[in-house]
Design a protein. Structure first.
Length: 643
């Protein structure tokens, strides 16, 4: 069978979509012949071609075709079109069609593909789809290798995602933190980052950039690679004079962290410098779709000088946003800027307002929230804590966080906005089954519309795919279609991930989810979970040991490579689960020495998993996260409720 694929013009993403359609059709059917041609105009009268077209008039109607993704597929007997509102919509449409033909992408990377090989009949499809939310993306904030970054970018449109965020002014410097790149020169790092940018551009993915770091540039500190481990001696007297005054001193946050050190924002020269840096950067980087302007990353550490105390941090922030808008307008730069509601900035400005809301996109980042409940309770009344400089108490529940968002939405920006949340950064390590966290992810993505938010950028660990990739997948699919059936999606994911053993894997992970839910409930009711605390390790050990023969069976079965790896990852996690439970169980009942010994064994297991399966797992992030929760446990109850 021969298929003609035609596209109009020379758009890089549509050309890539054509090649992807051909590449995967060949993988499915080795007998097929696919020919790609390019034309200046669309010819709907041809009866022997499938056209790939960017044309909002031929796709489902959306508010803004440049930002909103939708596609329509009408193919009868290998003749018709895949029409999208914009280039990435065409690519997403191609992947949608390929899924219906049997392609499965159970996780990023070539070892995540399951391709159903068969002889194809003539293609006949007639359907259309449109994204539920405008912003659907990932910020792989915990750095990783070049290939993992490319694999993530490649995966995004396969699951209907359209945004990618790379933080920092010099994100390429982050590679030097990893052993495999320790000999890289600055030129090597820059080349690596440019490769990532090209991969985004090829797929039409919207690029988010920078975020934190502007404050460091404002005081003349340009090497951000070691900004977390400095000393006050590393700064000049003039630089110290621009830091926030705290407890009578202008010193680094935590004594070492310039990344988290706020500045004395009442100083005109500081605000002017920050705004000037951003204007210059946008002039030099027009390829940035959404530039993020955030303050320093620290909290409860804003300046206490007499001038700074005249206004809230959010008022000083709005002053800079207005100055930035004015300067960008003068320079003729139309770029959109993302402003951040985060820690101290949760408390809305009370004296100043944003003059041009259309310039800005509101980003809501509730980093102190708990993940035992979702945004399904968005309409419950919640009390806001009063603003007290540097003595703020952070909101914990989802409903409490929403109360702060509402004030910004009502009084400042009513247009574009999105959630920037951390479901897969730390808290997933409390839930080694990923079933509890997946449900919260689903409910949160579903409820974004009710919150008046236009999507989600997930700040996460890319190498968090043990035991599977369902949390990220259900996030992507719900962002694309709010009407997805959670249980159907879970069932399909397990079938594609574990093959013929899907039901067994699901049953096992469900049992783990039930037992490990203690790690969430302990914080709410330590006294009521005493019996579970005592039996915790024994319960986990029984579940894991009972399942080991099942794992062995499927490791010996004839499965596609991607599914075999899925069983390997379940196997790699068995001793991890047991030692994690032993450490926590001993800690719960006050056996500190025993607990520490098991935690040390757990850390060693993490390192071993990373050594063999580092593509799917980040030992440092797992150890760090588990240690944070571990340190909060006492016999009397949690030491700290909110991190």
């Amino acid at each position: 069978m021969k298929i003609m694929v035609c596209h109009v013009g020379l758009n890089e993403t549509v050309e890539f979509a054509s090649e992807e359609l051909r590449r995967y059709l060949y993988k499915i059917d080795k007998t097929i012949e696919v020919e790609i041609t390019s034309y200046d105009t669309y010819n709907p009268t041809r009866n022997d071609a499938i056209w790939l077209i960017v044309d909002p008039a031929l796709a489902p109607e959306v508010s803004d075709p440049s930002m909103d993704d939708a596609f329509r597929i009408t193919i009868n007997n290998n003749t018709g079109m895949i029409a999208g509102t914009n280039p990435i919509s065409v690519l997403i449409g191609v992947y949608s069609l390929l899924k219906k033909l049997g392609c499965k992408w159970i996780r990023p990377g070539r070892d995540g593909e399951v391709i159903e090989e068969k002889i194809l009949s003539p293609l006949n499809f007639n359907y259309e789809e449109k994204a539920a939310y405008r912003f659907r993306g990932i910020d792989p904030a915990v750095g990783t290798s070049l290939q993992r970054n490319i694999d993530l970018i490649d995966w995004l449109p396969k699951e209907g995602m359209n945004n990618h965020f790379k933080e920092m002014l010099s994100p390429e410097k982050g590679y030097k933190k990893y052993k495999e790149y320790e000999d890289f020169t600055d030129e090597d790092c820059m080349a690596t980052f440019k490769t990532i940018v090209r991969e985004m551009k090829k797929r039409g993915i919207k690029r988010h950039g920078v975020g934190h770091g502007w404050h460091m540039e404002a005081i003349g500190f340009h090497d951000h690679s070691d900004c977390w481990k400095l000393s006050d001696d590393d700064l000049t007297e003039e630089q110290h004079s621009m830091l926030a005054l705290r407890d009578g001193k202008r010193n680094l946050y935590l004594g070492r962290n310039l990344f988290g050190t706020q500045l004395c924002y009442s100083q005109d020269k500081i605000r002017d410098s920050i705004v000037g840096q951003i204007v210059d950067y946008l002039g030099e980087h027009p390829e940035i779709d959404y530039l993020h302007f955030w303050l320093a990353d620290g909290c409860n550490n804003h300046c206490e000088c007499e001038e700074c105390q005249k206004h809230r941090p959010s008022d000083w922030y709005v002053m800079m946003l207005n100055d930035l808008d004015r300067r960008l307008t003068e320079e003729g730069i139309k770029s959109r800027v993302v402003c951040l509601i985060y820690v101290d900035l949760l408390w809305e400005p009370v004296e100043f307002s944003i003059n041009n809301p259309d310039r800005f996109i509101l980003m809501f980042a509730p980093i102190t929230r708990e993940y035992d409940t979702s945004y399904s309770d968005f309409d419950k009344p919640a009390e806001k804590m009063p603003y007290v400089r540097n003595k703020l108490v952070w909101p914990a529940s989802a409903a409490e966080n929403i109360a702060y968002l509402r004030d910004w939405q009502e009084k400042q920006i009513k247009g574009d906005s999105f959630l920037f949340d951390y479901h897969l950064m730390w808290n997933q390590y409390k839930d080694p089954s990923f079933r509890n966290v997946s449900r919260v992810v689903y409910e949160d993505m579903y409820n974004l519309k009710n919150l008046g938010l236009g999507g989600n950028i997930s700040c996460e660990v890319f190498t968090g795919q043990i035991p599977n990739d369902f949390p990220r997948r259900i996030m992507a699919r719900t962002l694309w279609n709010r009407d997805v059936d959670y249980y159907e999606e879970e069932k399909q994911c397990y079938e594609e991930t574990y093959g013929s053993g899907a039901d067994k894997a699901a049953e096992y992970l469900a049992k783990l989810a039930d037992v490990f839910s203690l790690m969430y409930r302990y914080y709410k009711e330590p006294e009521n979970t005493r019996e579970e605390q005592k039996a915790f390790a024994a319960n986990v050990e029984k579940i894991v040991n009972d399942f080991k023969p099942v794992i062995k069976k499927y490791l010996e079965a004839d499965l596609p490579r991607a599914q075999h790896i899925s069983w390997e990852l379940l196997d790699a996690q068995t001793e991890y689960n047991i030692e994690l439970a032993r450490a926590y169980c001993a800690k719960y009942i006050g056996e500190e020495k025993t607990a520490d010994e098991h935690l040390e064994k757990f850390n060693k297991i993490c390192d071993d998993i990373d050594e063999k399966y580092g593509y799917y797992f980040n030992a440092n992030q797992a150890k760090y996260s588990i240690k944070q929760f571990y340190n909060e446990i006492t016999r009397e109850g949690p030491r700290v409720i909110i991190q």
